[in-house]
Write a protein that binds this ligand. Sequence first.
Ligand code: ARG
Length: 569
Amino acid sequence: MLTFQKEAAEKLEGAVKALFPEANLTAQELFGMLEVPPDSKMGDLALPCFKLSRSLRTSPVRIAEQLAPAVSGGEIARTEAVSGYLNLFADPEALSARVLSEIASRGERYGSPECGEGRTIVLDYSSPNVAKPFHIGHLGTTVIGHSLRLLHEFAGYKCIGINHLGDWGTQFGKLIVAYRSWGSREAVERDEIDELVRLYVKFHEEAEKDPSLNDVARAEFTKLEAHDEENLALWRWFIEISLREYKKTYRQLGIEFDSYNGESFYTDKMPRQIELLREKGLLSIDDGASVVRLDEWNMPVCLILKRDGSTLYPTRDIAAAAYRYENYDFDKCIYVTSAGQSLHFAQWFKVVELMQYPWFDRLVHVPYGTVSINGAKLATRTGNVVLLKDLFAQAIEKASQISAEKNPNAEGREEIAEAVGVGAIVFHYLANNRMRDINFVLEDALSFDGNTGPYAQYTYARTCSILEKAGGRGSFTGGAVSDAELALVKTLASFPERVLAALREYEPSNVTRYILDLCAAFNRFYHDCQIVSCEDEKLRENRIAMTAASSTVLRTALSLICMKTPEKI
Ligand code: ARG
Protein backbone atom coordinates (compact mmCIF):
# COMPACT_ATOMS: atom_id res chain seq x y z
CA MET A 1 0.00 0.00 0.00
CA LEU A 2 2.99 2.31 -0.43
CA THR A 3 1.49 4.03 -3.46
CA PHE A 4 -1.74 4.67 -1.59
CA GLN A 5 0.26 6.02 1.33
CA LYS A 6 2.20 8.31 -0.99
CA GLU A 7 -0.96 9.63 -2.53
CA ALA A 8 -2.52 10.16 0.90
CA ALA A 9 0.57 12.06 2.05
CA GLU A 10 0.48 14.34 -0.97
CA LYS A 11 -3.21 15.09 -0.49
CA LEU A 12 -2.61 15.74 3.20
CA GLU A 13 0.22 18.13 2.40
CA GLY A 14 -2.13 20.19 0.25
CA ALA A 15 -4.87 20.18 2.86
CA VAL A 16 -2.53 21.17 5.68
CA LYS A 17 -1.11 24.02 3.59
CA ALA A 18 -4.58 25.32 2.82
CA LEU A 19 -5.88 25.09 6.39
CA PHE A 20 -2.75 26.00 8.32
CA PRO A 21 -0.79 28.30 6.04
CA GLU A 22 1.87 29.02 8.63
CA ALA A 23 2.69 25.32 9.08
CA ASN A 24 5.48 23.85 7.01
CA LEU A 25 4.94 20.13 6.66
CA THR A 26 6.21 18.16 3.71
CA ALA A 27 4.50 15.19 2.11
CA GLN A 28 7.48 13.11 3.15
CA GLU A 29 7.04 13.99 6.82
CA LEU A 30 3.34 13.22 6.62
CA PHE A 31 4.12 9.94 4.86
CA GLY A 32 6.21 8.92 7.84
CA MET A 33 3.41 9.77 10.29
CA LEU A 34 0.76 7.64 8.63
CA GLU A 35 -0.03 4.36 10.35
CA VAL A 36 -1.91 1.22 9.48
CA PRO A 37 -4.79 0.99 11.98
CA PRO A 38 -5.05 -2.23 13.98
CA ASP A 39 -8.48 -2.93 12.49
CA SER A 40 -9.36 -2.24 8.85
CA LYS A 41 -12.76 -0.95 10.01
CA MET A 42 -10.82 2.09 11.16
CA GLY A 43 -9.50 2.72 7.69
CA ASP A 44 -6.58 1.60 5.58
CA LEU A 45 -4.36 4.32 6.94
CA ALA A 46 -4.67 6.72 9.83
CA LEU A 47 -2.98 9.97 10.72
CA PRO A 48 -2.54 10.28 14.48
CA CYS A 49 -3.10 14.02 14.72
CA PHE A 50 -1.44 14.41 18.11
CA LYS A 51 1.78 14.24 16.12
CA LEU A 52 0.81 17.54 14.51
CA SER A 53 -0.82 19.35 17.39
CA ARG A 54 2.34 21.07 18.60
CA SER A 55 3.42 22.44 15.23
CA LEU A 56 -0.14 23.40 14.25
CA ARG A 57 -0.97 24.65 17.75
CA THR A 58 -4.35 22.97 17.59
CA SER A 59 -5.83 20.02 19.44
CA PRO A 60 -5.63 16.63 17.70
CA VAL A 61 -9.41 16.33 17.70
CA ARG A 62 -9.78 19.67 15.98
CA ILE A 63 -7.06 18.92 13.42
CA ALA A 64 -8.68 15.62 12.46
CA GLU A 65 -12.07 17.30 12.11
CA GLN A 66 -10.69 20.07 9.93
CA LEU A 67 -8.66 17.79 7.69
CA ALA A 68 -11.40 15.19 7.22
CA PRO A 69 -13.50 17.09 4.65
CA ALA A 70 -10.42 18.51 2.92
CA VAL A 71 -8.83 15.23 1.84
CA SER A 72 -10.45 13.15 -0.87
CA GLY A 73 -10.28 12.00 -4.46
CA GLY A 74 -8.04 9.60 -6.34
CA GLU A 75 -7.64 6.40 -4.38
CA ILE A 76 -9.06 7.96 -1.23
CA ALA A 77 -12.76 7.11 -1.03
CA ARG A 78 -13.58 8.79 2.25
CA THR A 79 -12.17 10.02 5.54
CA GLU A 80 -13.34 9.99 9.10
CA ALA A 81 -12.26 11.96 12.16
CA VAL A 82 -12.31 9.80 15.28
CA SER A 83 -10.91 11.08 18.57
CA GLY A 84 -7.86 12.76 17.19
CA TYR A 85 -7.23 10.30 14.39
CA LEU A 86 -7.88 11.00 10.74
CA ASN A 87 -8.85 7.67 9.19
CA LEU A 88 -8.46 7.24 5.45
CA PHE A 89 -10.31 4.63 3.40
CA ALA A 90 -9.10 3.39 0.05
CA ASP A 91 -11.49 3.42 -2.88
CA PRO A 92 -12.02 -0.22 -3.87
CA GLU A 93 -12.39 0.43 -7.56
CA ALA A 94 -9.59 2.91 -7.96
CA LEU A 95 -7.24 0.81 -5.86
CA SER A 96 -8.07 -2.40 -7.76
CA ALA A 97 -7.64 -0.74 -11.13
CA ARG A 98 -4.24 0.68 -10.26
CA VAL A 99 -2.83 -2.37 -8.45
CA LEU A 100 -4.01 -4.93 -11.00
CA SER A 101 -2.77 -3.00 -13.98
CA GLU A 102 0.56 -2.39 -12.27
CA ILE A 103 1.01 -6.12 -11.64
CA ALA A 104 -0.04 -6.98 -15.18
CA SER A 105 2.45 -4.57 -16.66
CA ARG A 106 5.41 -5.13 -14.35
CA GLY A 107 4.90 -8.89 -14.21
CA GLU A 108 7.60 -10.67 -12.27
CA ARG A 109 9.30 -7.36 -11.46
CA TYR A 110 6.28 -6.20 -9.48
CA GLY A 111 7.36 -5.60 -5.89
CA SER A 112 10.98 -4.83 -6.68
CA PRO A 113 12.23 -1.60 -5.13
CA GLU A 114 14.68 -1.37 -8.08
CA CYS A 115 17.28 0.20 -5.83
CA GLY A 116 20.32 -1.94 -6.59
CA GLU A 117 21.21 -0.90 -10.13
CA GLY A 118 24.97 -0.68 -10.58
CA ARG A 119 25.82 -1.94 -7.10
CA THR A 120 27.35 -5.19 -5.99
CA ILE A 121 26.55 -7.31 -2.97
CA VAL A 122 28.80 -10.16 -1.90
CA LEU A 123 27.06 -12.86 0.12
CA ASP A 124 29.03 -15.39 2.12
CA TYR A 125 26.74 -18.25 3.11
CA SER A 126 26.30 -21.98 3.60
CA SER A 127 30.08 -22.47 3.94
CA PRO A 128 30.11 -25.92 5.56
CA ASN A 129 33.20 -27.39 7.12
CA VAL A 130 34.43 -30.03 4.74
CA ALA A 131 34.48 -33.57 6.06
CA LYS A 132 32.07 -32.71 8.82
CA PRO A 133 28.46 -33.63 8.20
CA PHE A 134 26.28 -31.16 6.33
CA HIS A 135 23.35 -31.18 8.70
CA ILE A 136 20.25 -29.22 9.64
CA GLY A 137 22.42 -26.77 11.57
CA HIS A 138 23.49 -25.53 8.11
CA LEU A 139 19.97 -25.17 6.82
CA GLY A 140 19.78 -21.65 8.27
CA THR A 141 22.86 -20.18 6.64
CA THR A 142 22.04 -21.94 3.38
CA VAL A 143 18.43 -20.88 2.94
CA ILE A 144 18.59 -17.49 4.69
CA GLY A 145 21.74 -16.70 2.73
CA HIS A 146 20.30 -17.76 -0.58
CA SER A 147 17.04 -15.99 0.01
CA LEU A 148 18.94 -12.78 0.83
CA ARG A 149 20.78 -13.22 -2.42
CA LEU A 150 17.54 -13.64 -4.35
CA LEU A 151 16.01 -10.61 -2.62
CA HIS A 152 18.98 -8.44 -3.53
CA GLU A 153 18.98 -9.69 -7.10
CA PHE A 154 15.29 -8.91 -7.24
CA ALA A 155 16.08 -5.37 -6.12
CA GLY A 156 18.53 -5.06 -9.02
CA TYR A 157 21.86 -5.59 -7.27
CA LYS A 158 24.57 -7.65 -8.84
CA CYS A 159 25.18 -10.50 -6.40
CA ILE A 160 28.21 -12.69 -5.84
CA GLY A 161 27.48 -15.81 -3.81
CA ILE A 162 30.52 -17.22 -2.08
CA ASN A 163 30.76 -20.55 -0.35
CA HIS A 164 33.55 -19.91 2.15
CA LEU A 165 34.22 -23.60 2.62
CA GLY A 166 35.84 -24.65 5.86
CA ASP A 167 38.51 -26.51 3.91
CA TRP A 168 41.50 -25.94 6.18
CA GLY A 169 42.20 -26.77 9.78
CA THR A 170 43.00 -29.52 12.25
CA GLN A 171 39.90 -31.49 11.30
CA PHE A 172 41.86 -32.63 8.24
CA GLY A 173 44.59 -34.00 10.46
CA LYS A 174 41.93 -35.96 12.31
CA LEU A 175 40.40 -37.28 9.15
CA ILE A 176 43.76 -38.31 7.72
CA VAL A 177 44.59 -40.23 10.90
CA ALA A 178 41.15 -41.85 10.98
CA TYR A 179 41.34 -42.81 7.32
CA ARG A 180 44.73 -44.44 7.72
CA SER A 181 43.75 -46.25 10.91
CA TRP A 182 40.22 -47.43 10.25
CA GLY A 183 39.35 -46.61 6.67
CA SER A 184 39.98 -47.83 3.17
CA ARG A 185 39.86 -46.41 -0.33
CA GLU A 186 37.10 -48.84 -1.30
CA ALA A 187 34.90 -47.84 1.61
CA VAL A 188 35.31 -44.12 0.90
CA GLU A 189 34.68 -44.65 -2.80
CA ARG A 190 31.57 -46.62 -2.05
CA ASP A 191 29.99 -44.57 0.73
CA GLU A 192 31.61 -41.23 0.00
CA ILE A 193 30.66 -38.57 2.54
CA ASP A 194 28.90 -41.07 4.81
CA GLU A 195 32.19 -42.87 5.22
CA LEU A 196 34.04 -39.60 5.87
CA VAL A 197 31.56 -38.71 8.57
CA ARG A 198 31.80 -42.19 10.03
CA LEU A 199 35.58 -41.79 10.20
CA TYR A 200 35.28 -38.35 11.73
CA VAL A 201 32.95 -39.62 14.46
CA LYS A 202 35.13 -42.68 14.99
CA PHE A 203 38.16 -40.44 15.51
CA HIS A 204 36.42 -38.62 18.32
CA GLU A 205 35.31 -41.84 19.97
CA GLU A 206 38.84 -43.18 19.88
CA ALA A 207 40.44 -39.90 20.97
CA GLU A 208 38.18 -39.95 23.98
CA LYS A 209 39.90 -43.16 25.08
CA ASP A 210 43.36 -42.17 23.88
CA PRO A 211 43.86 -38.38 23.89
CA SER A 212 47.32 -38.70 22.36
CA LEU A 213 45.55 -39.24 19.03
CA ASN A 214 44.88 -35.50 19.01
CA ASP A 215 48.61 -34.83 18.91
CA VAL A 216 49.02 -37.26 16.04
CA ALA A 217 46.23 -35.46 14.18
CA ARG A 218 47.81 -32.07 14.80
CA ALA A 219 51.10 -33.36 13.45
CA GLU A 220 49.36 -34.59 10.29
CA PHE A 221 47.79 -31.19 9.79
CA THR A 222 51.18 -29.53 10.22
CA LYS A 223 52.49 -31.84 7.50
CA LEU A 224 49.60 -30.79 5.32
CA GLU A 225 50.43 -27.14 5.93
CA ALA A 226 54.00 -27.92 4.87
CA HIS A 227 52.60 -29.31 1.59
CA ASP A 228 53.28 -32.96 2.23
CA GLU A 229 52.29 -34.57 -1.08
CA GLU A 230 50.48 -37.56 0.35
CA ASN A 231 48.45 -35.52 2.81
CA LEU A 232 47.68 -32.93 0.15
CA ALA A 233 46.34 -35.66 -2.13
CA LEU A 234 44.07 -36.98 0.61
CA TRP A 235 42.94 -33.47 1.46
CA ARG A 236 41.98 -32.76 -2.18
CA TRP A 237 40.17 -36.06 -2.40
CA PHE A 238 38.16 -35.41 0.76
CA ILE A 239 37.14 -32.00 -0.54
CA GLU A 240 36.13 -33.34 -3.91
CA ILE A 241 33.92 -35.99 -2.31
CA SER A 242 32.34 -33.51 0.06
CA LEU A 243 31.69 -30.94 -2.64
CA ARG A 244 30.03 -33.48 -4.86
CA GLU A 245 27.65 -34.24 -2.03
CA TYR A 246 26.94 -30.60 -1.17
CA LYS A 247 26.22 -29.83 -4.78
CA LYS A 248 23.44 -32.43 -4.84
CA THR A 249 21.77 -30.64 -1.97
CA TYR A 250 22.34 -27.23 -3.56
CA ARG A 251 20.80 -28.46 -6.78
CA GLN A 252 17.69 -29.57 -4.91
CA LEU A 253 17.46 -26.07 -3.48
CA GLY A 254 18.20 -24.37 -6.79
CA ILE A 255 21.40 -22.85 -5.41
CA GLU A 256 24.51 -22.09 -7.41
CA PHE A 257 27.56 -20.32 -6.06
CA ASP A 258 29.81 -17.97 -7.97
CA SER A 259 32.80 -19.06 -5.96
CA TYR A 260 33.85 -21.94 -3.76
CA ASN A 261 36.99 -20.22 -2.55
CA GLY A 262 37.25 -21.58 0.94
CA GLU A 263 39.57 -20.82 3.80
CA SER A 264 42.55 -22.55 2.19
CA PHE A 265 42.37 -20.11 -0.72
CA TYR A 266 43.58 -17.30 1.53
CA THR A 267 46.75 -18.97 2.74
CA ASP A 268 49.01 -16.81 0.56
CA LYS A 269 46.90 -13.70 1.09
CA MET A 270 47.37 -13.46 4.83
CA PRO A 271 51.00 -12.33 5.13
CA ARG A 272 50.13 -8.97 3.59
CA GLN A 273 47.40 -8.38 6.17
CA ILE A 274 49.66 -9.43 9.03
CA GLU A 275 52.31 -7.05 7.71
CA LEU A 276 49.80 -4.22 7.62
CA LEU A 277 48.62 -4.97 11.16
CA ARG A 278 52.19 -4.82 12.29
CA GLU A 279 52.92 -1.58 10.43
CA LYS A 280 49.92 0.06 12.00
CA GLY A 281 51.11 -1.05 15.41
CA LEU A 282 47.97 -3.03 16.07
CA LEU A 283 49.56 -6.34 17.02
CA SER A 284 50.54 -7.21 20.55
CA ILE A 285 51.96 -10.40 21.95
CA ASP A 286 49.79 -12.30 24.37
CA ASP A 287 51.20 -15.49 25.79
CA GLY A 288 53.27 -15.98 22.65
CA ALA A 289 50.35 -15.39 20.29
CA SER A 290 49.89 -12.26 18.14
CA VAL A 291 46.62 -10.55 18.89
CA VAL A 292 44.78 -7.27 18.45
CA ARG A 293 43.58 -5.88 21.76
CA LEU A 294 39.97 -4.82 21.85
CA ASP A 295 39.46 -4.04 25.56
CA GLU A 296 38.41 -0.52 24.68
CA TRP A 297 35.40 -1.97 22.90
CA ASN A 298 34.71 -4.49 25.63
CA MET A 299 35.73 -7.45 23.56
CA PRO A 300 38.33 -10.12 24.11
CA VAL A 301 41.47 -10.00 21.97
CA CYS A 302 41.21 -10.98 18.32
CA LEU A 303 43.68 -13.79 17.64
CA ILE A 304 45.77 -13.31 14.51
CA LEU A 305 48.66 -15.77 14.87
CA LYS A 306 48.99 -18.71 17.22
CA ARG A 307 52.12 -19.23 19.24
CA ASP A 308 53.50 -21.55 16.60
CA GLY A 309 52.88 -18.92 13.92
CA SER A 310 49.88 -20.60 12.33
CA THR A 311 46.99 -18.47 11.25
CA LEU A 312 43.45 -18.53 12.54
CA TYR A 313 39.85 -18.21 11.43
CA PRO A 314 39.78 -14.39 11.94
CA THR A 315 43.04 -13.96 10.03
CA ARG A 316 41.52 -15.74 7.06
CA ASP A 317 38.36 -13.67 7.27
CA ILE A 318 40.34 -10.43 7.21
CA ALA A 319 42.32 -11.58 4.18
CA ALA A 320 39.13 -12.78 2.46
CA ALA A 321 37.33 -9.46 2.98
CA ALA A 322 40.26 -7.48 1.55
CA TYR A 323 40.46 -9.84 -1.41
CA ARG A 324 36.74 -9.57 -2.07
CA TYR A 325 36.79 -5.80 -1.91
CA GLU A 326 39.62 -5.66 -4.42
CA ASN A 327 37.94 -8.12 -6.74
CA TYR A 328 34.28 -7.23 -6.49
CA ASP A 329 34.25 -3.65 -5.24
CA PHE A 330 31.29 -4.52 -3.06
CA ASP A 331 28.70 -2.17 -1.73
CA LYS A 332 28.08 -4.63 1.07
CA CYS A 333 29.54 -7.94 2.05
CA ILE A 334 27.00 -10.01 3.97
CA TYR A 335 27.90 -12.97 6.18
CA VAL A 336 25.21 -15.38 7.27
CA THR A 337 26.17 -17.61 10.21
CA SER A 338 24.72 -18.81 13.47
CA ALA A 339 24.56 -16.25 16.27
CA GLY A 340 27.27 -18.28 18.01
CA GLN A 341 29.74 -16.51 15.73
CA SER A 342 28.55 -12.96 16.45
CA LEU A 343 31.52 -12.15 18.65
CA HIS A 344 33.95 -13.42 16.02
CA PHE A 345 32.45 -11.07 13.44
CA ALA A 346 32.24 -8.10 15.81
CA GLN A 347 35.91 -8.62 16.64
CA TRP A 348 37.37 -8.79 13.18
CA PHE A 349 35.02 -6.10 11.85
CA LYS A 350 36.57 -3.86 14.53
CA VAL A 351 40.05 -4.96 13.48
CA VAL A 352 39.52 -3.93 9.84
CA GLU A 353 38.14 -0.63 11.08
CA LEU A 354 41.32 -0.12 13.09
CA MET A 355 43.30 -1.04 9.97
CA GLN A 356 41.49 1.94 8.41
CA TYR A 357 40.09 0.02 5.50
CA PRO A 358 37.60 2.40 3.93
CA TRP A 359 35.11 -0.43 3.43
CA PHE A 360 34.98 -1.44 7.08
CA ASP A 361 31.38 -0.24 7.42
CA ARG A 362 30.19 -2.25 4.44
CA LEU A 363 30.48 -5.55 6.26
CA VAL A 364 27.25 -6.97 7.63
CA HIS A 365 26.87 -9.99 9.86
CA VAL A 366 23.45 -11.63 9.68
CA PRO A 367 23.11 -14.08 12.57
CA TYR A 368 20.43 -16.67 13.21
CA GLY A 369 19.32 -18.73 16.21
CA THR A 370 20.34 -22.25 17.10
CA VAL A 371 18.67 -25.44 15.96
CA SER A 372 18.06 -28.41 18.20
CA ILE A 373 16.46 -31.73 17.34
CA ASN A 374 13.54 -32.86 19.46
CA GLY A 375 14.87 -30.68 22.24
CA ALA A 376 18.46 -31.99 22.15
CA LYS A 377 21.49 -30.00 21.03
CA LEU A 378 23.12 -30.98 17.76
CA ALA A 379 26.46 -32.66 18.23
CA THR A 380 28.54 -33.66 15.25
CA ARG A 381 31.09 -35.49 17.31
CA THR A 382 28.64 -37.89 18.85
CA GLY A 383 26.63 -38.25 15.67
CA ASN A 384 23.48 -36.57 17.04
CA VAL A 385 22.68 -34.85 13.77
CA VAL A 386 20.12 -35.02 11.00
CA LEU A 387 21.88 -34.76 7.67
CA LEU A 388 20.29 -32.39 5.20
CA LYS A 389 20.32 -34.98 2.47
CA ASP A 390 18.47 -37.48 4.66
CA LEU A 391 15.98 -34.87 5.72
CA PHE A 392 15.32 -33.90 2.10
CA ALA A 393 15.11 -37.55 1.05
CA GLN A 394 12.43 -38.22 3.67
CA ALA A 395 10.45 -35.17 2.65
CA ILE A 396 10.64 -36.09 -1.03
CA GLU A 397 9.58 -39.64 -0.23
CA LYS A 398 6.55 -38.38 1.62
CA ALA A 399 5.63 -35.99 -1.18
CA SER A 400 5.90 -38.72 -3.76
CA GLN A 401 3.70 -41.08 -1.74
CA ILE A 402 1.01 -38.42 -1.51
CA SER A 403 1.20 -37.62 -5.18
CA ALA A 404 1.14 -41.31 -6.12
CA GLU A 405 -2.19 -41.58 -4.30
CA LYS A 406 -3.71 -38.35 -5.50
CA ASN A 407 -2.31 -38.01 -8.95
CA PRO A 408 -0.87 -41.29 -10.17
CA ASN A 409 -0.63 -40.18 -13.78
CA ALA A 410 0.74 -36.68 -13.39
CA GLU A 411 3.61 -35.82 -15.68
CA GLY A 412 6.99 -35.04 -14.13
CA ARG A 413 5.93 -36.52 -10.81
CA GLU A 414 9.46 -36.93 -9.53
CA GLU A 415 10.35 -33.34 -10.12
CA ILE A 416 7.16 -32.20 -8.43
CA ALA A 417 7.77 -34.44 -5.42
CA GLU A 418 11.23 -32.94 -5.05
CA ALA A 419 9.91 -29.38 -5.29
CA VAL A 420 7.19 -30.08 -2.73
CA GLY A 421 9.28 -32.14 -0.30
CA VAL A 422 12.23 -29.76 -0.22
CA GLY A 423 9.85 -26.79 -0.29
CA ALA A 424 8.11 -28.06 2.85
CA ILE A 425 11.35 -27.96 4.79
CA VAL A 426 12.55 -24.63 3.46
CA PHE A 427 9.22 -22.97 4.15
CA HIS A 428 9.03 -24.47 7.63
CA TYR A 429 12.45 -23.06 8.39
CA LEU A 430 11.93 -19.62 6.88
CA ALA A 431 8.58 -19.15 8.59
CA ASN A 432 10.37 -18.07 11.76
CA ASN A 433 12.24 -14.90 12.56
CA ARG A 434 15.82 -15.79 11.96
CA MET A 435 16.97 -15.03 15.51
CA ARG A 436 14.49 -17.42 17.04
CA ASP A 437 15.96 -20.67 18.33
CA ILE A 438 14.34 -23.56 16.58
CA ASN A 439 13.51 -26.94 17.97
CA PHE A 440 13.32 -29.07 14.90
CA VAL A 441 10.57 -31.65 15.16
CA LEU A 442 10.63 -33.87 12.12
CA GLU A 443 6.88 -34.46 11.87
CA ASP A 444 6.25 -30.71 11.88
CA ALA A 445 8.87 -30.02 9.26
CA LEU A 446 7.40 -32.74 7.08
CA SER A 447 3.82 -31.64 7.61
CA PHE A 448 1.93 -30.69 4.46
CA ASP A 449 -1.17 -29.44 6.26
CA GLY A 450 -2.03 -26.01 7.56
CA ASN A 451 0.29 -23.08 6.90
CA THR A 452 3.01 -25.00 5.13
CA GLY A 453 5.09 -24.80 1.97
CA PRO A 454 3.05 -27.44 0.15
CA TYR A 455 -0.14 -25.50 0.97
CA ALA A 456 1.40 -22.37 -0.59
CA GLN A 457 2.61 -24.29 -3.65
CA TYR A 458 -0.79 -25.89 -3.93
CA THR A 459 -2.45 -22.48 -3.86
CA TYR A 460 -0.12 -21.33 -6.63
CA ALA A 461 -1.00 -24.42 -8.70
CA ARG A 462 -4.66 -23.60 -8.14
CA THR A 463 -4.18 -20.12 -9.64
CA CYS A 464 -2.51 -21.74 -12.65
CA SER A 465 -5.31 -24.19 -13.24
CA ILE A 466 -7.94 -21.44 -13.01
CA LEU A 467 -6.02 -19.36 -15.53
CA GLU A 468 -5.73 -22.32 -17.83
CA LYS A 469 -9.48 -22.80 -17.71
CA ALA A 470 -10.03 -19.08 -18.22
CA GLY A 471 -7.83 -19.11 -21.29
CA GLY A 472 -6.58 -15.58 -20.58
CA ARG A 473 -5.45 -13.20 -17.86
CA GLY A 474 -8.52 -10.98 -17.68
CA SER A 475 -8.52 -7.27 -16.98
CA PHE A 476 -10.12 -5.04 -14.40
CA THR A 477 -12.58 -2.61 -15.87
CA GLY A 478 -14.32 -1.33 -12.76
CA GLY A 479 -17.57 -2.28 -11.09
CA ALA A 480 -18.46 -3.57 -7.66
CA VAL A 481 -15.63 -4.98 -5.55
CA SER A 482 -16.69 -7.36 -2.78
CA ASP A 483 -15.03 -7.60 0.63
CA ALA A 484 -13.06 -10.71 -0.28
CA GLU A 485 -11.89 -9.13 -3.52
CA LEU A 486 -10.89 -5.91 -1.81
CA ALA A 487 -8.98 -7.82 0.87
CA LEU A 488 -7.12 -9.70 -1.86
CA VAL A 489 -6.28 -6.52 -3.78
CA LYS A 490 -4.99 -4.87 -0.60
CA THR A 491 -2.80 -7.87 0.12
CA LEU A 492 -1.42 -7.70 -3.41
CA ALA A 493 -0.82 -3.99 -2.92
CA SER A 494 1.23 -4.61 0.20
CA PHE A 495 3.81 -6.89 -1.42
CA PRO A 496 6.37 -4.12 -2.17
CA GLU A 497 6.60 -3.05 1.48
CA ARG A 498 7.06 -6.62 2.64
CA VAL A 499 9.95 -7.02 0.22
CA LEU A 500 11.46 -3.77 1.51
CA ALA A 501 11.15 -4.99 5.09
CA ALA A 502 12.85 -8.27 4.18
CA LEU A 503 15.75 -6.35 2.63
CA ARG A 504 16.01 -3.77 5.38
CA GLU A 505 15.95 -6.34 8.18
CA TYR A 506 17.82 -9.08 6.31
CA GLU A 507 14.79 -11.13 7.22
CA PRO A 508 13.30 -13.50 4.61
CA SER A 509 10.49 -14.50 7.01
CA ASN A 510 8.76 -11.25 6.00
CA VAL A 511 8.24 -12.88 2.62
CA THR A 512 7.19 -16.23 4.09
CA ARG A 513 4.56 -14.58 6.24
CA TYR A 514 3.44 -12.52 3.29
CA ILE A 515 2.94 -15.72 1.28
CA LEU A 516 0.64 -17.04 3.99
CA ASP A 517 -1.34 -13.79 3.99
CA LEU A 518 -1.67 -13.89 0.24
CA CYS A 519 -2.72 -17.56 0.22
CA ALA A 520 -5.34 -16.87 2.88
CA ALA A 521 -6.70 -13.88 0.96
CA PHE A 522 -6.71 -15.76 -2.32
CA ASN A 523 -8.38 -18.85 -0.90
CA ARG A 524 -11.07 -16.74 0.73
CA PHE A 525 -11.68 -15.00 -2.59
CA TYR A 526 -11.75 -18.39 -4.34
CA HIS A 527 -14.25 -19.66 -1.81
CA ASP A 528 -16.51 -16.58 -1.89
CA CYS A 529 -16.47 -15.64 -5.56
CA GLN A 530 -17.22 -17.50 -8.74
CA ILE A 531 -14.37 -16.89 -11.13
CA VAL A 532 -14.46 -18.65 -14.50
CA SER A 533 -18.06 -19.71 -13.96
CA CYS A 534 -19.25 -16.20 -13.14
CA GLU A 535 -22.11 -15.22 -15.48
CA ASP A 536 -21.47 -11.49 -15.40
CA GLU A 537 -18.80 -10.96 -18.02
CA LYS A 538 -17.36 -7.82 -16.47
CA LEU A 539 -17.07 -9.41 -13.05
CA ARG A 540 -15.60 -12.56 -14.57
CA GLU A 541 -12.86 -10.59 -16.31
CA ASN A 542 -12.17 -8.66 -13.09
CA ARG A 543 -11.82 -11.86 -11.13
CA ILE A 544 -9.63 -13.53 -13.71
CA ALA A 545 -7.39 -10.47 -13.50
CA MET A 546 -7.28 -10.85 -9.70
CA THR A 547 -6.37 -14.51 -10.09
CA ALA A 548 -3.65 -13.67 -12.62
CA ALA A 549 -2.19 -11.02 -10.33
CA SER A 550 -2.25 -13.42 -7.37
CA SER A 551 -0.52 -16.02 -9.48
CA THR A 552 2.24 -13.63 -10.54
CA VAL A 553 2.89 -12.32 -7.04
CA LEU A 554 2.73 -15.73 -5.40
CA ARG A 555 5.23 -17.06 -7.86
CA THR A 556 7.62 -14.16 -7.28
CA ALA A 557 7.28 -14.41 -3.51
CA LEU A 558 7.82 -18.18 -3.44
CA SER A 559 10.89 -17.94 -5.61
CA LEU A 560 12.34 -15.26 -3.32
CA ILE A 561 12.47 -17.82 -0.51
CA CYS A 562 14.09 -20.56 -2.63
CA MET A 563 10.82 -22.39 -3.33
CA LYS A 564 10.06 -23.96 -6.64
CA THR A 565 6.65 -23.32 -8.17
CA PRO A 566 5.26 -26.29 -10.11
CA GLU A 567 2.15 -25.39 -12.07
CA LYS A 568 0.54 -28.69 -11.28
CA ILE A 569 0.77 -30.64 -8.07
N1 ARG B 1 32.70 -22.67 8.00
C1 ARG B 1 32.12 -21.87 9.04
C2 ARG B 1 31.27 -22.76 9.94
O1 ARG B 1 30.75 -23.76 9.51
C3 ARG B 1 31.28 -20.75 8.51
C4 ARG B 1 32.00 -19.74 7.68
C5 ARG B 1 31.28 -18.44 7.59
N2 ARG B 1 31.95 -17.48 6.78
C6 ARG B 1 33.02 -16.78 7.12
N3 ARG B 1 33.55 -15.98 6.22
N4 ARG B 1 33.55 -16.85 8.31
O2 ARG B 1 31.08 -22.43 11.08
